[in-house]
Design a protein around this ligand. Sequence first.
Ligand code: NAD
Length: 355
Amino acid sequence: MRNFTYTGLPSRIVFGSGTLGAVGDEVSRLGGNRVLLLAGPRLENLVADLTAQLGTRVVARFDGAAMHTPLEVTTRAMELAETSAVDCVVAIGGGSATGLSKALAVRGGYDQIIVPTTYAGSEVTPVLGETVDGVKTTRSSADILPETVIYDVDLTLDLPAAITLTSSINALAHAVEALYSAERNPVTDLMALEAVASISRALPRVMADLHNTDARADLLRAAWLAGTCLGSVGMGLHHKLCHTLGGSFGLPHAPTHTVVLPHAMAYNAPAAASVMERISDAMGVPDAAAGVYDLVASLGGPVSLAELGFDTESIPRACELATAKPYPNPRPVTPSGIGGLLADATSGIRPTANS
Ligand code: NAD
């Protein structure tokens, strides 16, 4: 048997269809009177809806959230929050809008209501990644965890196919790494396996019909479960590599997860055979790593880091950064092992459990 520790996360989750209409009540529930509205791009209609709903309680709006939460953007938004004397942040959008909200909350102590429109899962984690001078570092604290998350499946129906696919694999990565985390426990195992099964079943249905509300709801629920795993237990090699590639090489977050995940799984497979078996069973495929690669490839997603703009000359620097500090991972992380993994991911070959 394995000993374990489990701490539940105290977020309030509102899930459903039409739940965007609950934002006003949820702001009142938190006692918010002066709201800063953070919105990701392409969400003008939703912002108009929220502005009408919250009325004069919206005292400021900031639209400049950027991927990997660069410090200079946070500094500008923080100035606005302070001069507007806000007491609550409402963020609508993907993980970039959520990241900025968390960065403000940890500095200013604001309550947060997050309305996610992707499957990134950041809204249910007490983790904040920030980028300063090209280096991304993460920290974790109870102040970072949003008070309330409002999932509205309707908001995901227009999420473009490419983002739908890569963001879902980002969620899948949280579940996969939770299953072999040193801190895993029976609750995260249940959530992670359900997320793996749900994503592998729902994603092809959503990609065949982006407006399939039931399948979209399955994906969003899985993203919540996977994000909760991410917020509850430590991640391993895959997340470390993606942070390095995103923070120091400017690669896009979700597409990078999509390319790297099967290779990180293949690397860890020899040291986590029983976990990979549980994942392959949940997905209904013979091999977990190859199954994830095939899922992505069959749906037209990115399979190589080269197509995201990464080149082989950058591999030594990426290895150096990703192995600079030790971190728990099922299989020991060595520069030559990571070099091989990155070479495979850069070229985009189909991984196998023994690669
Ligand atoms: P994102 O927020 O940048 O969104 C990706 C793209 O999707 C953007 O172009 C955005 O405009 C578009 N988009 C979002 N919702 C849309 C919608 N409904 N319709 C049309 N377009 C829409 O990217 P992301 O992948 O959601 O999040 C990535 C960021 O989140 C990174 O900075 C990453 O580090 C962070 N993240 C943090 C955690 C954590 O726990 N700290 C977890 C996951 C991700």
